[in-house]
Unconditional design. Structure first.
Length: 257
């Protein structure tokens, strides 16, 4: 009887030990899985960000070095010209009201030469137009008006310099993309003709290349179009200031006469 109780006690202890060990193992496994899941969740954004750059590089290479390289060149040249124009236009922007007031005060206090000195010390197309008009005050109002109009056209040409190249790249990038699309479709049909059978794997590669060139061409055109519209708006603003300032200058000279 004692032996039976001993056997039952040993069996119960072993069973309890197995259950405890199993529970501990399950708890440890659950904790490990949770920790790994948390680490994967933490590392997911970094892997996703890295994957985006790798995916972009992969798609660019799949598009083919020929047309994709030309489209990239259009983007680089267009951005270079756009940045140069934006810097130039920002430097050409002046406070027209302050300049007009300074010129009027100089005319009243020191005459034409003092007003010309104010214009020489001020940057921008408006000051240059003022200087050209003041330089011909001895020849009469008509000569001043002609000088202002003529030099205003010169300044407008300088403001619009190289802007036509940006519009060229805007039109050229999508056309290159469409040309790559057509060539990719031709290559896909050539593969079908050579294989003698229309398999999806033969067509998919050429169509993918064709669509990639179109997408990148449109992306380049959209980026350059945004810069182009900003530059045109900036030029229009400066030209309006030039016209208003020219009218104000003529009024000042007429009142002074």
């Amino acid at each position: 009887m004692k032996r039976l109780f001993s056997i039952l006690a040993i069996t119960g202890i072993m069973a309890f030990g197995n259950v405890s060990a199993t529970t501990f193992a399950n708890t440890t496994a659950t904790t490990t899985v949770a920790t790994l899941t948390q680490e994967e969740t933490t590392e997911a954004p970094a892997e996703e960000e890295l994957g985006f750059h790798q995916e972009l590089k992969k798609r660019f290479i799949e598009g083919g070095p020929g047309f994709m390289g030309i489209v990239l060149l259009c983007l680089i040249l267009g951005l270079a010209i756009a940045i140069e124009r934006i810097i130039f236009l920002n430097l050409s922007t002046t406070n027209t009201k302050k300049l007009t007031q300074d010129v009027e005060d100089a005319l009243n206090s020191g005459g034409v030469e003092a007003a010309k000195e104010v214009c020489r010390n001020t940057k921008g197309p408006v000051a240059s137009i003022f200087y050209q008009g003041l330089d011909r005050t001895d020849e009469g109002i008509d000569a001043v008006e002609k000088a202002v109009v003529a030099y205003g056209g010169v300044q407008m040409g300088q403001l619009e310099k190289n802007v036509s190249w940006i519009s060229l790249f805007i039109a050229l990038a999508p056309m290159l993309g469409f040309m790559g699309t057509v060539i990719g479709m031709i290559q896909a049909f050539d593969k079908i003709e050579a294989a003698g059978d229309m398999q999806p794997s033969l067509v998919a590669g050429g169509i993918k290349v064709a669509l990639l060139t179109t997408v990148f061409g449109l992306i380049v055109a959209i980026i350059l179009q945004i810069f182009y519209n900003y530059i045109i708006a900036k030029i229009d603003s400066i030209v309006n200031d030039m016209e208003d300032a020219s009218i104000t200058l003529m009024d000042l000279l007429i009142r002074r006469k």
